[in-house]
Each structure stands twice: as structure tokens, then as C-alpha cells.
Design a protein around this ligand. Sequence first.
Ligand code: GCW
Length: 721
Amino acid sequence: MWCRCIAAAAALAMLPVALLASPSALAEDGYDVWLRYRPLDQAHSAAAAVPALAAPASTPAQGAARDELLRGLGGLLGTRPALIEKVDRDGALVLGTPASSPLVAGLELDLAGLGEEGYLIRSVRIGGHAATVIAANQDIGVLYGAFHFLRLAQTGQSLSSLDLRESPKVKIRVLNHWDNLDRHVERGYAGESIWDWHRLPDWLDPRYTDYARANASIGINGTVLNNVNTSAQALTPMYLDKTRALAGVFRPYGIKVYLSARFSAPIEIGGLKTADPLDPAVRRWWKAKADEIYALIPDFGGFLVKANSEGQPGPQDYGRSHADGANMLAEAVAPHGGIVMWRAFVYSHEEPDDRAKQAYTEFVPYDGTFADNVLVQVKNGAIDFQPREPFHPLFGAMPKTPLMMEFQITKEYLGFATHLAYLAPMYEEALRADTHARGPGSTVAKVVDGTLEGHALTGMAGVANIGVDRNWSGSHFDQANWYAYGRLAWDPDAGSREIAQDWVRMTFSTDPAFVAPVVDMMMGSREAVVDYMTPLGLHHLMGRGHHYGPGPWVAGGPRADWTSVYYHRADRNGIGFDRSAGGSDAVAQYAAPVARQFGDLATVPEEFLLWFHHVPWDHRMASGRTLWDELVLRYGRGVDYVKSMRRTWDGLAGQVDAERHRQVAVFLAIQEKEAQWWRDASIAYFQTFSKRPLPKGEAPPPHTLEYYESLQFPFAPGDGK
Ligand code: GCW
């Protein structure tokens, strides 16, 4: 051992000094996410030259914007801009609010309509010199503008003749961490939680600041620190003090902290006998708890609650409604300006009805009864973050209640962190879906951004994919999902392809010969997962508990709606869940035109076929093939797409650093293996019902069904516990 160390030290000493010192020679491990600020090529850096910066820094938020520009421009251009107070040369960048910067005030810009978080970036002249101004009404708008300016530089766009105005379309843009206090992350595939609770509040890991920078760069303005399946401990004084410390790090970046609240906390940590929301002592307890939190964290965001869902306590334990529960908490935080995000992800143990119908059934009757500071948080689809789901029927069905969108960024059902699946097309598909609630064009995006019903309180949540892995998300490409979520929360009408282009340029390379194939590869990647896991509207067919790998045979156990057979209903006649009028009639929860389209075998889009219908194996598909043949081909198509991603990526070796290239390449190999496994196991299983041969040229599964069924993964990551 000793000898080997000496040898290694000697070898290191022989490395050229320049190599050790040069940042570009350092391996890229993904820690810098899309804020890498590596030197631009000569042409771009000449075009983007910013010789001087006039930026106030008398508050932490102002300092954050100035520091980011110094760091970013210094990295991109090779020299840090000079800090100036007066514009005495061409090319200066001037930032601030009219209150923080006399230069900005002197420009008399039209900042009306930008709101608290919006900004403008404009090419102007100051004292005869050409300059660029980033101006806003509040410091946070300036920070967002600074990040936007850096993005333009990073992605190689022109920085002259700028005239941009931006403000977010959605008010609350939060990450939901499903992080437990013991640092286990439920459905987390990037290592343990980044919140080092044990060493908080004293040790403030620099990572917390980088987390805030990354989030602010995409407009995320809130974070729920703890799992929705939470312990009441998170609300004890000891943990609140730790939360206060984190809030202090995030504040300059415009990020508020929120906590998941356990509904039974008054019993567990308050010594009360009940958590009945109509009990005066319980109400007093929550008010006092809110007062205690706001005394520590004056800008605390509020509570997120999972109640009466999957065994969590809630108001129904006392015969009360979701509205009773939400309104009690809302009353406690209202005097402080806080909000309550009350989840609609509910399905009851006793309820024999189709699980897809239960949230609607439970929530719609309470429309109009929630307090003004309550948002009901609804998953994009009615089951559970499947690779593809039709939009949740609650969107459009509760006009008097602000509904916030909940997307899952962590890939619980899309191959964990090893599969390359760019999720923005899935988010976009949900946001663009037309609810027809107020006639054609009533998209989910308009429900979420409040324009359909005129709600000012609006929100979007993304279940985070962040952990202590060096690259934060467990894989390089999973950073794109965090990034895209933030961009879509800011602007639900943004396009997933444009977002991918920005991300690839910032994360890897601006070379068009690299960007184009990688963006193409990303754009089709989620559809590939749909194909090799759950084509044609199939859903919820994964391994039990950990959700790793195929498990279409999963049956029995504590509840029917935790099995696969409940969802696919394959038998000798056909396959699929009949949710038409003749079946569970879940289609009736949609507005009439949507219900008609989904409810009719002749008009239902093929991607939702088996979601809404039980279909004979020999049913003719649009392709002219039988359903069985089509199903088999779709599985294979998914595997083929992964093979093509591997070819594309292998062909790009040398165009990105070797370290990241290699990890992506190996992960794609894992993905191919697992895609093949999904295809083979699913076909082996469904063929026992279809009893039909595989279409010509399709290889039979290499193993028996018993083999696939026998595979066990007791230590798969991310399980709930
Ligand atoms: O997707 C399911 C997950 C659970 C999760 C639950 C929820 C936090 O399998 O792990 O619990 O949804 O959204 O509450």
C-alpha cells in the first residue's frame, strides 16, 4: 500500500504543471449542472464581451446577481468584467431596480406589468455609450434577468439589439423533495438526501448555495424540504431551527422553504388526543405552530399535505372533509401570508371503485369550499406518474379552486436514473391537453396558469430528482428533467425541444453537429420508454414495491389496486381496462367532447387505447395489424430506439469530455439491457393470454416466463419505507 502511494505521488509530480492548473483539464463530473461557464470559442466570446459591470450589491440578493455575472462572464470570456459605478465605456452591463441603481432609475424604463419577479433585458445607450440593462422591480427579478443574460451568452446567442421582457406565468414554482429526516429519499435514485439534517443548523454545506443557484437560474422559487409521507418530527423546534438555517441560504435566491405537515402532528408532537380539524384545541395548536414557524422564518411559504392517502392520517379519520383539513391549516398560515398545498392524490382502501376515478369523486364536491390560500395539488394523470397517462380529469372540473400541477421529475416509473428519458415532452403533452372545460382551447396549461378561471394564486410542483450524487440527479441526462421542469413552471407554454436545445448547449456543447443529434435523441426518448414498458395505454405493470423492472404478473397482496393484473386485465379475449360507459365509466369525469372521444373505441387515440378499453387481441389497429401484433412491435420499437441512442452517442465520442461520455454510454447499455428485459418479460407473460404467435421476424423471449417472474430485487433503490 505504502509503495503504491509513493509511486502514485511520483507519477503525479511528473504531470505537466499546466495540466494540473488548467480548469479545462479537470474532469467534468456534472456538479456544475448547466451553469458550467466554460470558455466560449473566440468568435462567440468576442461577440459577448462585457468589459464592465455596474451592479449594486448592498443586499444579499443583489450580491447573488452580481457574483453570478462575475463568475459566469469570467468563465465564459476568460476575464472578469471590471466593476464600475458610472458608464464610461461601450459594452457595459448595467443591472438593478430603480431603487437599487441610479443608472437604472435614470433610464426611466417601463417596468409596469413585470410584477415582482419579472425583468427586462434591453440594449440601451447611457451617456453616449452602448450598454445592456437588466432591470426589474425587485432584486429577484434582476437575478432572474442575470441568469437569462448568462444563458444567452452560454448558448451562443447574439447579445446585441436585445429587447426582452419576461415574467413568470405561474406564481408558485416548487420542488417537492420526498426526503426523509434520516436522509433516505423515497423514489430517489441519486443517493441520499442533500439535507444534512444532523449537521444543520451549524454546518451550511456549500452545496445548499449551489442548489439555490441552479434553481434560481430556472426560476424555481420554492422548495418543500421533506417527504409528503412525513414524520411529525419535522415540525419540532429542533428541526424548525435547521429549516430556518436552510431558509437563510436560499433567501437571496428568491427560494422560499415549505414543509410537508403530518396531519396527526397535534397528537404525535403536541400531546393532544385528537387531530380533528374542527376541534378548537387542534386549531389552536396549528395556529401556535404557524406562529412559531413564522417567528423563525418570516417568509416561510406554507404547508404541503398528503392526507388520507396510502395510509397517511387526515381529516377523514374524524369524519371531516379534505376542505375541513386544508382550511384549518390555511387559517393558521393566512395571517402570515402562507399557503397550503393540499394533494389530491387520494384513493381509499375501502373504496371499491376504479382507482382512476377516486380523486375526482372525492374532490369535485368541495369545489368552492377551499379557503383562498389553498391550492389543490393534482398529479398530471389520475393513476400515478406512469410513462403515459391521459390528463387528470380534475383539471377543468374544479373551476372555483386553484389547481396546481404535480409532475414527477424523479423517474420512479421511467427507468430510475439509468434510463435516458427526457421528460419535457411528457410534461408538455399534459399541459397542452385540452380539457374542453370552457369549450375548445381550455388547455391544462390554462387551468394551471390561472387564465382559464381567473385565479391569481397558481402553482406547479415537481418531485425532485436530487441527491448527494456528484451530478445531483443520478445521471447527466436527468439534469435535463430538473432544468426543463423549471423552465415549464415559469412558462407552461414553452416548447420542450427549445428547452432541450438550451440545456444541451449549456451542459455539453454549442457545436450544432453535437446539439442536433442529441436533442433529437432526447425528444424521442420518453416515447421509447412508453414503448418498451407500457405501450398503447397499458400502465402500472412494474415490479412490486420498488417499481424496478417489469412485473405484469404482480397479483394478490394487500390491495387490488397495487397489482398489475388490476390494470391490464388481460384474459383470453383481450387486454385493457374498460373505463368506457360500459365499464368503470371513468370517461364520464371528462368534459363531454373528451368523454366521447376517449369513450369510443373508434375515436380513442391509440396511445390511450388500453387505458380506456378492453380490446380483443385481433382488433384491427390503424396500421392494419392486429392488436397483438402491434403490441409486440411496439415493445420492439422501444428497444430499437435505445439501440439507436447508443449508436448516436457512441458516434459523438470526442465531442464531449471522456468522463461524462463514458458514463452516459454505460448507462445507455444498461438501458438497452433493461428495455430488452421489459420487452421479453412482457411478451412472455401476455402471450399466455393471447395464445398467438409472434409476428414474423420477432424474436421469442430468450427465457421462460417462470424465469422472469423469479427475479427478485430486495435492495433496489428508492423504495418507500
Ligand atoms: O408514486 C407513488 C409512490 C409513493 C409516493 C406516492 C405519492 C410519496 O410510489 O412512493 O409517496 O406516489 O405521491 O404520495
